[in-house]
Ligand binder design. Structure first.
Ligand code: SF4
Length: 864
């Protein structure tokens, strides 16, 4: 056994992990106490990484046209097709669409090839979908994309504003650090979010803002601080420039924010009373037509009140992906050149000289949405997709599929053999997965950490940097692409950040340009730029002053009678992106097994929707089917749907085919959070669920989803007309019950040892039984009797535990609410003592707090 210090591959918190290798592709995962991001904590996703490191579904060998080939054949084909396309149609006829899952070294090599040797800037990363607006806001305000805070600021702040961030679900370890600050020093928490998320439930104040009302809110807040005499005049004079008329034009029409005046007053009082304030913003702010303006509205408030560059203060954008920041640094965005350089003549010359390259991109390339539009319209004729799944994750994903289908040449480098994007690939290249990769990542607070390999590469899989380098060499660039290791790439990247920099850019890693292989191997997490890069008030602009940016609130848009609701797409607590990894984990699949459309009760009433019913969401782009969840956590008029489900996991639930191609005009980031939609209830002829040890091949159905369970799959199905149940079930000893009048069929199949291998429960009009017990019977060594299997419950049934809340200890809602009521529990810690729930990763603690409130409040009201 050996222990390896590495980094979690999921979100931008960038938690350190201690991985103890316990066998062949077996590992035990713990948080790394010594890592500055998490100090030993991990959320549910990080905690259950061990369930995702197997080889199920892996792409292990290169494929051309669906046939396995040798590396040389695949690489030569990619190189020749890209070279031919560039020769015939110019450098902008090719593109790379890359990912925040790549390591910095992978990104560096891909960026170098595209911008320095192909001569186009057509490389963009899926981080465009996540935080490009924050990048643009930083560039406008600071002159450079620099996050001016560190996580330690959260623990030193007296007030934290969370804007468009369901932190408890999407950045859970940051949430735990916030909770620590609240417990230890009484830090106040305000959540500004249209949805009453679990994060908002826990806040001191929740402002259920109108979607895209953020600029109006922050302008009003700034105007109020000015009115109260709380601007920092000295800081403004010494360190900040304001455009002419900024203060006169400051539009503070708070009504456009859509919050009650009383709530806004409370917010103003909190901000006025707590100078030590951090504003943490995320995708809810960024994924908007006004995402960049929102970022600048937030930054304006901090600059004007001098709340930046000091411990416990600052505007803090947190990234979604584990290495979104590393991609920003090396030039993974089409709008940046390399090493935080833009496309000025001097910067282009510097990059070309440093790389000694034959050419250089001299203008920005196509950002993600425009890139796929160019593919669709034939201007881009060859595209290489690395470590991402745009056929699912891009807005208007149906259009992206059409684009890939039309494209002359599609290359996909991926870990998984079957993804919705890989279905369009002419060439599939097997990449290394987490647990095999070797390199660095940069988290949201600029800490560079190592991802280290735990296992040998499986099959013929190779590192992404190696794959790109081998193509570059076959395109004739041997000398510039002769890296022997990730350490060699890191050294060159570090040297580039210092090249012709002379203090102009804060990103300067040149002190590490001589890092030896041994020092790279032993690298410990290191923050570049220090905890507070702008502590000296010297920004990265020509005159070293930051800029206030005049931003205008979004006006109210007229309601479209065809699409009366607003759709917001986002994430669940225990799933990551398109579930290629978290979908392998039975534990992580328990929290939300199906994609739910969350809708306000009054909207549900108006549209005749019942909780748990199937609904169709439709936009101008298309439609998809979800299960309805009626909740007053939604604003009336808004619907939320998760973005994780794909063709591999569902016959519906494809949220990102619904938003259009509208983007922020500055950043090019898509507006995922505010699409016009309609909703309608669906009445299938029949509903069913199937538990099975081997994945069934499903016929076309109205709706289906499949989720991993401990011994196989749980498949939910709904359809119209007849269903051939035999095609869904394996061979074996069958027992069956049917009530044809009520349209009920139940079939259990046992294998040769008498163990349950599949069970199907179907109804045309009644209810379906609970899934939990029958799931526990799959491959049980002591199979239950036939009547129990057909009833899907034991002879003597225990109490139902309800949907799982704590995935670490498999504790359900009903268990928790019963314990709260029966044992008079009054705190989350009490629940932990009674049931263990919330005592491991802690990701469910906000949900436990909510349940506590829901159970205790009626009791308290009754007692009054
Ligand atoms: Fe991984 Fe969770 Fe940490 Fe994010 S918060 S890096 S998902 S363990």
């Amino acid at each position: 056994m050996s222990t390896v210090c590495t980094t979690c591959p999921y979100c931008g918190v960038g938690c350190g992990i201690k991985a103890e290798i316990t066998g062949d592709r077996e590992v035990s995962i713990k948080g790394d106490d010594a890592h500055p991001a998490n100090a030993g904590r991990l959320c549910s996703k990080g905690t259950h990484l061990a369930e995702t490191v197997g080889l199920e579904g892996r792409l292990l060998y290169p494929e051309v046209g669906g046939e396995q080939v040798e590396w040389d054949e695949a690489l030569s084909l990619v190189a020749s097709r890209f070279a031919d396309t560039i020769r015939d149609h110019g450098p902008d006829s090719v593109a790379f669409y890359v990912s925040g899952q790549l390591l910095t070294e992978d990104y560096y090599v891909a960026n170098k090839l595209m911008k320095g040797f192909i001569g186009s800037a057509n490389i963009d990363t899926n981080s465009r979908l996540c935080m490009a607006s924050a990048v643009a806001a930083h560039n406008r305000a600071f002159g450079e994309d620099v996050v001016p805070c560190s996580y330690d600021d959260l623990e030193a702040a007296d007030l934290i504003l969370l804007v468009g961030s369901n932190t408890a679900w999407c950045h859970p370890v940051i949430w735990q650090r916030i909770e620590k600050a609240r417990a230890e020093r009484g830090t106040k928490l305000v959540v500004i979010d249209p949805r009453r998320t679990e994060t908002a439930e826990c806040a001191d104040l929740h402002l259920p803002i109108r979607p895209d009302g953020d600029v109006a809110l922050f302008n009003a807040l700034l105007a109020e601080m000015q009115g109260r005499g709380l601007l920092d005049d000295k800081y403004l004079r010494d360190h900040v420039d304001a455009p002419d008329g900024f203060w006169n034009d400051l539009s503070g029409d708070a009504a456009l924010a859509g919050v009650e005046p009383g709530l806004l007053d409370q917010l103003c009082d909190l901000v006025a009373a707590h100078p030590k304030m951090v504003t943490l913003f995320s995708q809810g702010a960024n994924q908007s037509v006004a995402g960049t303006d929102k970022g600048n509205a937030i930054i304006n408030l901090h600059l004007a009140t001098g709340r930046i560059g000091k411990h416990g203060m600052g505007p803090f954008s947190i990234t979604g992906q584990p290495n979104a920041m590393g991609g920003r640094e090396v030039g993974g965005l089409a709008s940046m050149l390399a090493a935080h350089m833009g496309f000025s003549e001097a910067e282009c010359d510097a990059a070309q000289a440093f790389w000694n390259s034959p050419t250089i991109a001299r203008k920005p390339g196509r950002k993600a949405v425009d890139m796929f539009r160019d593919v669709h319209e034939g201007r881009i004729k060859a595209i290489w997709v690395m470590a991402t799944n745009p056929a699912v994750s891009m807005p208007d994903a149906g259009f992206v599929r059409e684009a890939l289908d039309r494209c002359d040449f599609v290359v996909v480098s991926d870990v998984m053999a079957e993804t919705d994007t890989a279905a369009y690939a002419d060439v599939k290249l097997p990449a290394l997965a987490w647990g095999e990769k070797d390199g660095t990542v940069t988290n949201s607070e600029r800490v560079i950490s190592r991802q280290r390999p735990l296992f040998a590469p499986p099959g013929a899989a190779k590192a992404d940097w190696w794959i790109v380098q081998e193509v570059a060499r076959r395109m004739g660039h041997d000398d510039a692409f002769a890296f022997e290791s990730p350490a060699a790439i890191f050294r060159e990247y570090a040297a580039q950040t210092g090249y012709r920099n002379a203090g102009k850019r804060k990103l300067d890693l040149s002190e590490w340009a001589g890092t030896s292989d041994a020092a790279y191997a032993a690298w410990t997490p290191t923050i570049w730029g220090g905890a507070s890069p702008y502590a000296d008030g010297q920004f990265s602009t020509d005159n070293s002053k930051a800029q206030l940016v005049a931003v205008v609130p979004s006006s109210l848009s007229a309601v479209d009678p065809c699409f009366p609701l607003r759709l917001n797409t986002g994430r669940y607590r225990d799933h990551w992106h398109t579930m290629t990894r978290t979908g392998l984990s039975p534990r992580l699949s328990q929290h939300r097994r199906e994609p739910m459309a969350e809708i306000h009760p009054l909207d549900a009433l108006e549209h005749g929707i019942i909780d748990g019913q199937l609904v169709r969401l439709t936009t101008a782009q298309g439609d998809s089917i979800f299960r309805a969840m009626i909740t007053d956590a939604q604003r009336q008029g808004d619907v939320f749907a998760p973005m994780h489900w794909t063709d591999q996991t569902s016959g519906g639930g494809r949220a990102n085919r619904l938003p259009g191609q509208t983007v922020d005009p500055v950043s090019g980031q898509p507006a995922f959070k505010n699409s016009r939609c309609m909703i309608e209830a669906i009445e299938p002829d029949w509903r069913a669920f199937l538990v099975c040890t081997s994945r069934p091949i499903l016929p076309p159905l109205l709706y289906w989803t499949s989720a991993r369970i401990a011994s196989g799959w749980l498949v939910e199905l709904s359809g119209e007309g007849a269903i051939d149940v035999d095609s869904l079930l394996p061979e074996g000893d069958r027992i069956e019950a049917a009530d044809l009048q009520r349209g009920m069929r139940r079939i259990a199949v046992r294998d040769e040892q008498g163990r349950l291998s599949a069970a199907l429960y179907l109804t045309r009009s009644g209810t379906l039984p609970s899934r939990d017990w029958i799931i526990s019977q799959l491959i049980s060594d002591e199979p239950a009797e036939a009547p129990a299997l057909l009833a899907a419950r034991p002879k003597i049934a225990g109490p139902d535990k309800g949907p799982v809340v704590c995935v670490c200890f498999n504790i359900g809602v009903k268990q928790i609410t019963r314990a709260i009521a029966q044992q008079s529990l009054t705190s989350v810690d009490d629940i932990g003592t009674a049931l263990n729930a919330g005592t491991n990763c802690g990701s469910c603690r906000p949900a436990l707090a909510k349940l506590l409130t829901e159970v205790r409040e009626p009791e308290l009201e009754a007692a009054e």
